[in-house]
Write a protein that binds this ligand. Sequence first.
Ligand SMILES: [Fe+2]
Length: 449
Amino acid sequence: MATFQAAPTLHPRLISRLHEARSRTDELFRLLPSGSFYDRPIAERHRMIFYLGHLEAFDWNLLSGPLDLAAHDAEFDKLFAFGIDPVGGGLPTDTPKDWPTVAQVEDYNQLVRSRLDEALGDFRALRSSASALVDGTLLHVAIEHRLMHAETIAYLLHNMPIERKKPQAGPAPDPRPAPEYRQVTIPAGVATLGRSRQEESFGWDNEFDAHQVHVPSFSIDVFPVTNAQYLKFVQAGGYNEAKYWAPEDWEWKQSKRLDHPYFWIRRSGSAASDPRTQWEYLGMFGATPLPPSWPVYVSHAEASAFARWAGRKLPTEAQWHRAAYGTPDGTERSHPWGETPPSESHGNFHHRRWDATPVDAHPLGASAFGVFDLLGNGWEWTSSAFDPFPGFQQFPFYPGYSANFFDGKHFAMKGGSARTDACMLRRSFRNWFQPHYPHIYATFRCVED
Ligand SMILES: [Fe+2]
């Protein structure tokens, strides 16, 4: 009897992870009625239709060459790689008519998926001369790129009016009080940032190389800054006092006429500092009275102003590492809580919730120094510019991923949000944003030297 051997595939586990990641983003797009795909929830970003085609175009542009596949729609490959450039470098000016229909994009996506899957599942993948394909790096890039977009699509959806999304239950009121403010002292010690090239698991270019930083003793907030804490800054007139703001931050805040966090809604009272003002938090699917114990979501500019008002600072990336992964005996952990993989008991991450939880809701996720809520519930701003680590080398197949942002105008962020996939909770993972972008799930905590 003849025996048939299945064609060898490239890392079946990676291929099934790619399929899982596709389900994540498909689920998000299912929250949009077809009439909402041409909405642009954030002025600086693309219309939603771009993201519908972008994930497949990215995978195609990354993998088709190494898999020796000829293009079937070079126009879409390009359109959905970059979008339509704004004229004159300002805000995008394209109109819905400039884009293909949802059905055309869905057809393109289906064909990309089936062609890639077929090629990845047979000998072509293993015969490729691209070592980054054969060793799985390119699939990791495709998976994590898509999962990062699962987070950016979530905050784009968050920025859409409720009536533009398919209805879902809004956030339940959460009146639990914020925990009492406290700090913990972290003794002087070493923080290991980055990752070594000897490690077998995947990391993005900006995560290399591993290096040690000596961190002098400092105190850090046990919890991220809560809505209740931040409300005191607002009520104290913090948004009206230039002295708390860096000049460029003040200018930005004035031009946007911001007088409270972007995720808050003022219901009454004439000014943000008016004590009669009732505040609400704008959740993904509805507003709810401002939950005092949830982390405040703010831009780097607002976080820095709060810190100045409070007489404190934002942590450096190394201080954050030390508080999160250091231990009193001088060793370092893989996660704040230890070596066990991230689970629901450790924090609010991995697409489980649309909104935040109280900052003290996950005691099992606390670090060895007793610092809470480090992974999940909101990325945390640091005072460190997003700079390359010593030994940085860009990925040849994605040279601009990090290098385009080493401009001193982006700040390193650590942690993760409710919408961050658990695979990106590794110690070396770094996120970054510019300081004047209030739309993301970003919070902060303060330090004192
Ligand atoms: Fe992208």
